[in-house]
Design a protein around this ligand. Sequence first.
Ligand SMILES: NC(=O)c1ccc[n+]([C@@H]2O[C@H](COP(=O)([O-])OP(=O)(O)OC[C@H]3O[C@@H](n4cnc5c(N)ncnc54)[C@H](O)[C@@H]3O)[C@@H](O)[C@H]2O)c1
Length: 355
Amino acid sequence: MNPVSYGVIGAGVIANYMVPAFTPGGGSVAVAVADVNPEAANKIAAATGAGRIYADYRDLLTDADVDAVYIATPPYLHRPICLAALDAGKHVCCEKPFALTQAEVREVIAARAGKPHLKVTCNSSRFHCSGTARRAREIIGAGDLGEVYRVHFEHITGASKPGTTLPAWRNDPARNGGGISFDWGPYDLDWLSFVLGRLFRPRVVFGTLGNYFPLTEQRVPPCLDVDGRLCAEIICDGGLTIHWERRAAEHGPARHGIEIRGRQGGLDLAFVPMGQKQQLHHYAYQGVEELVETVLPDEVPNWNDTMIHSIRDLTTAIQNGTEPCHTLEDDLRIHGVLDALHTSAREQRAVRLSD
Ligand SMILES: NC(=O)c1ccc[n+]([C@@H]2O[C@H](COP(=O)([O-])OP(=O)(O)OC[C@H]3O[C@@H](n4cnc5c(N)ncnc54)[C@H](O)[C@@H]3O)[C@@H](O)[C@H]2O)c1
């Protein structure tokens, strides 16, 4: 099968991690790179073997050799570049967050409506790669837990090292949509959408947000103007309730775990392999016996495969004429929840999502 030829737009930190996605032999190659910073573009071109470098992404989009684009610019540029790419007839893999608002996702859906052969995905789907997540999805989809009524998703991470600096866009909600909510939120919600499948139909969101703050004089997070913690209760159509919590850089230990509870069984698992063994625990009472715990076999995800999963998935979809594992419908749901979370936190009220 012919490899899919990609144009890389935005050659910063994450694009460098994505180089293995464009190594010959994997089904996808990079033929062009666009970045306003020529040094950054040159580095990715040298690492991937891409032959053409553009300062303006619009020139890359006129390149007839480019089948698909990988968009890795700061988030406020995702919408215009995505729309221009579809207009130019290119498939799209966009970094997370896919957009800044749900209204922006609707614009992309409208733009794609006349070109349904073009595939669009978002790298918030990279954690679908986890064997644990796939196994949990199968178990839930098969109805083995009975009616799933509760999910508790909690992820708490430590503080950045003193002296850490980040690009200015990361501290500006107008350019990134928000802090941890837009940086990690799309991954969390995409994972929930993947694992829960048709059960993930968010209808009401009540949430709170809080900004990062200095921990000590020496240990000051690099972004103080954006949220560093979120907590939300999500009520889905059908009755499932989800507690979603993410916090970073606080006076307390890191902790992560996800509990999924059904009327006939429960699952405990972790979201990403952050130095701990990722295991899938199944729990059930059987008759009068005490609670039975079974550790189910699963595939431990490999970090390199996780990073490039969405490009691999899009490439397969283009080659086979199928849909990627993440679609614009997922982006609609994800950004519906993010919009609602921010409104809820600002106005201190529960927010109902429209269809
Ligand atoms: N850094 C990470 O670990 C990481 C991980 C996963 C996803 N992401 C996502 O990837 C995206 C990029 O993040 P990053 O950390 O690589 O940012 P970055 O600031 O390191 O890189 C962004 C690149 O985009 C370029 N750029 C800016 N305007 C441009 C334009 N008009 N045309 C072409 N290029 C332009 C910049 O020059 C820069 O090289 C973000 O959406 C982020 O959320 C980042």
